[in-house]
Write a protein that binds this ligand. Structure first.
Ligand code: MN
Length: 329
């Protein structure tokens, strides 16, 4: 159950009705995310596995983290690690994560907050649950999206944006049966707080059973719908989707999402994240934490990291794990 909810969605601004002649996008593919483990072993679903990078462009990778109910002592994060050439967007739906980077960015994000880190020319960072949550355990659910940077912006200064839950633009569908949280980009004249290098939009929608969401979507953006939980259908063709599935939609002006009338009791609504951006259409060479244009640039990124040129771990503001000597991984 997402932390950011609204008692009365009828009081929210509504997304506009699709204009006459609007083209509702069709579903091109539906894939199922395999489960894996990230960092020190927190459970993830690899949302984009098996999908051609050209269909994802400008997005590279996305992990759904959890949903998991940790026992005391169990919550896990990552150790210090580098990135170059793209942005990491971490959206915490439930729970708390701490972050620190070698460029002075960082902080605590929880319950609907988003941390938008532009790695640009290079940064080291660490992402972990806070110590008190490691001790107590608890609910954790979020996602991390990787947004590519075009060649001209791969070397920008690292940047950190702390987007609080209450800064997301809240909207309702025409039938008020869907709650939209606009985190970045513009939907129906309402703009989310995230500042992006690559033009894009990111919306978290909770669609009630039986409700229909017709989301205006820029025709020059691609359109991806990932199901965080629940069941429903997407596109004008009504392709069925459920928890952990990604739908890639074809061209058009409108993204259609419907909540199935019957939902499992543990997931009372359909929760999706809708992503779109203007494709960069450049060659991609990626390995591990680096997303570049050529293989040689990836090799240089590893060399720069090993030589300490991507930054050094700050002496101050270090989350607890670094003190245990897990640095430099
Ligand atoms: Mn990372």
């Amino acid at each position: 159950m997402p932390a950011v909810t609204v008692e009365d969605t009828t009081a929210l601004p509504r997304v506009p009705l699709p204009a006459p002649g609007t083209v509702r996008r069709r579903t091109r593919s539906v894939t199922t995310a395999p489960s894996g483990f990230e960092g020190e072993g927190f459970p993830v679903r690899r949302a984009f596995a098996g999908v051609d990078l050209r269909d994802l462009d400008p997005f590279i990778h996305m992990d759904q983290m959890g949903e998991v109910e940790y026992a005391p002592g169990e919550p896990k994060g990552t150790s210090w690690h580098p990135h170059r050439g793209f942005e990491t967007v971490t959206y915490i739906i439930d729970g708390t994560f701490e972050h620190a980077d070698s460029h002075g960015g960082g902080g605590t994000i929880s319950n609907g907050d988003t941390q938008w880190m532009t790695a640009g020319g290079g940064v080291l960072h660490i992402e972990r649950p806070p110590e008190h949550l490691v001790v107590s355990g608890g609910l954790f659910h979020g996602l991390q999206l990787w947004v590519n940077l075009p060649r001209a912006q791969k070397w920008v200064e690292p940047r950190y944006q702390d987007l609080r839950a209450n800064s997301a633009a809240l909207l309702a569908s025409q039938d008020a049966g869907a709650l939209l949280r606009v985190i970045a980009g513009e939907v129906g004249g309402h703009t989310g707080p995230g500042s992006t290098y690559t033009p894009m939009a990111m919306v978290h929608a909770t669609v009630s059973p039986g409700a229909t969401l017709d989301l205006p979507w820029r025709p020059d953006f691609n359109a991806l719908v990932y199901v965080l939980s629940g069941a429903g259908s997407v596109g004008i063709d009504g392709a069925p989707v459920r928890t952990g599935q990604l739908a890639v939609l074809g061209p058009g002006d409108t993204v259609t999402v419907r909540g199935a009338v019957h939902q499992e009791s543990r997931t009372p609504a359909l929760d999706v994240v809708v992503l779109g951006g203007r494709p960069i259409r450049e060659p991609i060479a990626m390995y591990g934490p680096f997303v570049m244009n050529t293989r040689q640039e990836v090799v240089e990124a590893f060399e720069d990291f090993q030589a300490g040129r991507l930054g050094s771990i700050p002496a101050q503001r270090v989350p607890h794990a670094a003190v245990r000597g897990e640095s430099g991984q």
